[in-house]
Design a protein around this ligand. Structure first.
Ligand code: ADP
Ligand code: 5GP
Length: 188
């Protein structure tokens, strides 16, 4: 049996509910850890460094790229985001499942590096609901830029293993839990 855990990619437009869903999954299923990624964007008031992201400056981010420390990285809404290789490997080799909440470009890169990764795309019930969720989060930073990306992102949904609509939170969390449990049982 392969002792390495699953790599679970969760993508979807900004504001769709990826963070909320991931936190629920971490609470409900044992042996799942979130892979903390790096970003050059500023920390939101409710975010913590090292918990939600590693918040780094541009020079540090460039250093990580040059030292080949990132499994993938992308520029999103004008900021850089990247997945540290040691973070994924630490989680996977401890036998836990690693959840990566990353955008569509990052998902493609991770799938080519780790072909067995499980990919899930979260869709909003509608664009209006997505807008409301971004506003409900108090999002003021680059809202139009985030919404401009949505159409392109939604077009990528078909390349994922599963597509879930985040209408009712409990429903989508239950579906994702089932998907993860099925993938675990297939790995045994
Ligand atoms: P993302 O991580 O995809 O950018 P968040 O998890 O931060 O999105 O969610 C954006 C906002 O939408 C938050 O205020 C969150 O509480 C809310 N939200 C998430 N899922 C739902 C849902 N199913 N119904 C209503 N509001 C939701
Ligand atoms: P936000 O600024 O709203 O937290 O995130 C913006 C987008 O960046 C989201 O789609 C999020 O999933 C994505 N993201 C976060 N970390 C990474 C990463 O390390 N790599 C990539 N490619 N995308 C990321």
């Amino acid at each position: 049996m392969d002792k390495k855990g699953l790599i679970i990619i969760i993508s979807g437009p900004s504001g769709v509910g990826k963070t909320t869903i991931t936190h629920k999954i971490l609470d409900k299923i044992s042996g799942v850890r979130q892979c903390i990624t790096c970003t050059t964007r500023s920390r939101r008031p409710d975010e913590k460094d090292g918990v939600d992201y590693y918040f780094v400056d541009d020079t540090t981010f460039t250093g990580l790229i040059n030292d080949n420390q990132l499994a993938e990285w992308a520029v999103i809404n004008g900021y850089k985001y990247g997945t540290p290789k040691p973070e994924i490997e630490k989680i996977a080799s401890s036998g836990n499942d690693a959840v990566l909440v990353i955008d569509v470009q990052g998902a493609k890169s991770i799938k080519s590096l780790y072909p067995s990764a499980l990919s899930i795309f979260i869709k909003p019930p509608s664009i209006d609901v997505l807008k409301e969720r971004l506003e409900s989060r108090g999002e003021k930073d680059r809202v139009d830029m985030r919404l401009d990306r949505v159409k392109t992102e939604l077009e990528q949904a078909q390349g994922y293993d599963y597509v879930l609509v985040n209408d009712t939170l409990d429903k989508v969390v239950a579906s994702l839990k089932q998907i993860i449990e099925k993938a675990r049982s297939q790995k045994l």
